[in-house]
Ligand binder design. Structure first.
Ligand code: ARG
Length: 288
């Protein structure tokens, strides 16, 4: 099935109030948060003293998965592994573009076992063109695909040398962006891809130079305010029409609607306790 196949008006929840935006069906990989908890701290959102409510996290995660299914997307699931509480954040597991898999190599020891686990799963699903990386990179957490180019974050997790490695492997131009605020430690916490040539982002999360690069590349980008960024409004998933994002990011909902997108609020408060939301829970499998 080609990934570019539009979700047609016959699709379950397709609403045609904005004819300019067309959703395309995506293949997504998710990981049920069966072993999710906050037991260590590797970003400012995580407080192991408070932990997390696993049952609530599971039901919120199921809400997101069911929404994807209702919208007509395909959701695959990787089995969660005990002792890897952050494995629910599937976006970090790899970067898959044109059916090629660039493996993830985590910065922190607490998550290192996730990289090989995701790679094995993908290989088991028939992906043959894979690369186990030389450099630290946290998958789609820091490597986002915008049409035929990649935006790659660095500053907290991903080693900038992986940007060149990814460019060489995929044969796609990579633009490096430097994150400067520890609250927005992954690119996907500060920037979200809306379509093949549109993004939204929170400027203050980036270095001055990277802000200038983003302005030059995307002069019409949707800009998030501090309040929307702080509720993880940029950790969003777009299928080209529907944009799934934290319900609390109300300013972004309005801006997206004004551009013809259909924002859909999602409640993932329990996962925010580990510093993750919609996009973090979602790895897009971009086949050729
Ligand atoms: N606790 C996880 C970490 O700090 C959260 C990862 C969120 N994932 C993401 N794609 N931003 O690594």
């Amino acid at each position: 099935m080609p990934l570019t196949e539009p979700i047609t008006p016959a699709g379950a929840l397709y609403r045609s109030d904005s004819p300019t935006r067309v959703a395309t069906r995506r293949r997504l990989l998710m990981c049920r948060p069966r072993h999710y908890d906050v037991t260590y701290s590797i970003n400012p959102w995580m407080n192991p003293q408070h932990g997390a409510d696993n049952a609530l996290a599971v039901s919120q995660w199921e809400g997101l998965r069911d929404l994807y299914l209702e919208l007509g997307h395909v959701v695959e699931e990787i089995d969660p592994i005990e002792g890897l509480p952050d494995m629910v954040f599937a976006a970090n597991g790899a970067t898959v573009v044109d059916g090629k898999v660039y493996g993830a190599r985590f910065r922190h020891a607490e998550r290192t076992a996730e990289g090989p686990a995701y790679l094995r799963w993908l290989e088991g699903r028939g992906y043959k063109d894979t690369l186990w990386p030389e450099y630290v990179n946290e998958g789609e957490g820091d490597i986002l695909t915008v049409g035929r180019r990649l935006l790659a974050g660095t500053g907290f997790r991903t080693d900038p040398r992986s940007h060149a490695e990814a460019q060489e492997f995929f044969g796609l131009p990579v633009t490096s962006l430097t994150l400067v605020n520890p609250d927005y430690y992954h690119l996907d916490t500060a920037l979200s891809v809306l379509s093949d040539d549109e993004i939204m982002y929170y400027p203050a999360a980036f270095s001055q130079g990277s802000q200038a690069v983003l302005r030059a590349m995307f002069p019409n980008a949707v800009l998030a305010c501090a309040e929307d960024a702080a509720v993880f409004g940029l950790n969003a998933f777009s299928d080209g029409r529907h944009v799934l994002l934290p319900a609390a990011a109300t300013g972004l909902h309005a801006k997206l609607r004004a551009r013809g997108f259909e924002p859909i609020g999602v409640e993932l408060s329990e996962l925010l306790k580990a510093g993750g939301s919609v996009k973090c829970c979602t790895l897009e499998l971009r086949d050729r």
